[in-house]
Write a protein that binds this ligand. Structure first.
Ligand SMILES: *[C@@H]1O[C@H](CO)[C@@H](O)[C@H](O)[C@H]1NC(C)=O
Ligand SMILES: *[C@@H]1O[C@H](CO)[C@@H](O)[C@H](O)[C@H]1NC(C)=O
Length: 303
C-alpha cells in the first residue's frame, strides 16, 4: 500500500542510504518477481520502485521484475481494484513463461494482496519454477473487513466497503471487484465456498485440486510475514494463513488448527513437515519495515 510504504521508505535516514553492494564474482543470482499491493503500482518510486532499487543494490546483477498489470501505471493501479483476479493471474503466468530471463526459475515476493495472487501463480503455473514464495503481509485466508485503505484511494475504499456490504458474493461484484474475490465472511461460509471466484478456489474450499497441492509443494520455501501492529488487514491472522473460526466473527484459529491444514487439502502440513514454511514477524504497521529488518529477515531468501 502506497501510503504505508511511503512512510517506511522516507522514515529513517538509514533507509535510503546506499549499502555497499556485494559484488559476486559470478552472476549466479536468482531473478525476483514482485507483485504490488492494493492502491499501489509496479513502479512507484516511493514503494515498489524503491524496494526494487534496494534489492538491486544488495544483490549485484539480480534481475528484478516488478509486475505491471496493464499497459500503464494508472491501469496497473486501477486493475488492483477492478480486474478479475483469475484473469490477472493468468496474464502474469503467460508473461512469466515468455520471459527468457526466468527460464531457470525465480523467487517471488508479493506485497499484501499481491502475495495471495502470487501463490495462485505457484499453484497454477509451475513453469517456469518458482523457488521461494515470500508473502509480505499477504491475506491467504482473505479478509473480513477493510478498516483502512491507502491514503489517496480512500474514496475508492468507501465505495468498495459499500459494495462488499451490499453483496460480496453476488456474481457481478465477484467479477468486478478484486477485494470481493478474497472476501471471506465466516458468518456466510456457504456463500463464500460456493461463490468466491478466486480465494475459495485456490484454497481448495470446493474441491481438492491435486494439481494445486502438488505445485505448491514444489516450492523450496513459503515465507509468510505478519505485521504485529497491522491496522489495515482484518484479521491479521490471515497473514500467517489463519482466520476467524467459521460461524462467528471473534475467535480466530491458526493455520495448524484449520481443516485446510488438518486434512492437508493444500499440502501445507506436508510442507511444514519438510521445513518449507517460515512464519516471520515484523513489529510494525502494514508493510512497514526498515532496510535493516529486510536485510536480516528477507534477503537470505532471495539468494
Ligand atoms: C545477470 O544476469 C541477469 C539475468 O540474466 C541479467 O539480467 C543481468 O544483466 C546480469 N548482470 C550482470 C551484472 O551481468
Ligand atoms: C486444477 O488446476 C489446474 C491448474 O490451474 C487446472 O488446469 C485444472 O483444470 C484444475 N482442475 C479442476 C478439476 O478444477
Amino acid at each position: 500500500m502506497t501510503a504505508a510504504l511511503l512512510c517506511f521508505l522516507l522514515a529513517g535516514p538509514v533507509l535510503l542510504v546506499t549499502g555497499s553492494p556485494v559484488y559476486n564474482s559470478n552472476n549466479g543470482t536468482v531473478p525476483l518477481v514482485m507483485w504490488h499491493g492494493m492502491g499501489d503500482s509496479c513502479c512507484n518510486p516511493l514503494s515498489m520502485g524503491a524496494i526494487k532499487k534496494m534489492i538491486e543494490e544488495e544483490i549485484s546483477g539480480i534481475y528484478v521484475l516488478s509486475l505491471e498489470i496493464g499497459k500503464t501505471v494508472i491501469e496497473d493501479t486501477k486493475n488492483g481494484f477492478f480486474m478479475d483476479v483469475n484473469e490477472q493471474v493468468s496474464m502474469v503466468c503467460s508473461q512469466l513463461a515468455q520471459d527468457p530471463k526466468l527460464k531457470g526459475g525465480y523467487n517471488a515476493m508479493g506485497f499484501s494482496q499481491g502475495a495471495q495472487f502470487l501463490r495462485a501463480v505457484a499453484q497454477r503455473c509451475p513453469s517456469p519454477p518458482m523457488k521461494n514464495l515470500i508473502s509480505v503481509g499477504g491475506q491467504h485466508q482473505g479478509v473480513y473487513g477493510l478498516p483502512r485503505c491507502p491514503g489517496e484511494s480512500s474514496h475508492i475504499c468507501d465505495m468498495i466497503r459499500h459494495a462488499l456490504n451490499s453483496g460480496a458474493y453476488t456474481d457481478f461484484i465477484q467479477k468486478h471487484l478484486v477485494q470481493a474475490q478474497y472476501w471471506h465472511d465466516p458468518l456466510n461460509d456457504d456463500l463464500y465456498k460456493k461463490h468466491s471466484l478466486f480465494l475459495a478456489d485456490v484454497n481448495q474450499e470446493r474441491a481438492v485440486n491435486e494439481t494445486y497441492r502438488k505445485n505448491l509443494q514444489l516450492l523450496d520455501k513459503f515465507v509468510m510475514v505478519k505485521f504485529l501492529q497491522d491496522t489495515v488487514v482484518d484479521p491479521v491472522d490471515t497473514e500467517w494463513f489463519g482466520f476467524l473460526k467459521t460461524g462467528q466473527a471473534k475467535e480466530t484459529e491458526t493455520l495448524q488448527e484449520s481443516a485446510l491444514y488438518k486434512e492437508d487439502r493444500l499440502g501445507l502440513a506436508a510442507m511444514e513437515k519438510d521445513g518449507k514454511l517460515a512464519f516471520l514477524e515484523c513489529d510494525g504497521d502494514h508493510l512497514q519495515f526498515g532496510r535493516e529488518w529486510f536485510k536480516t529477515n528477507l534477503l537470505p531468501y532471495l539468494h
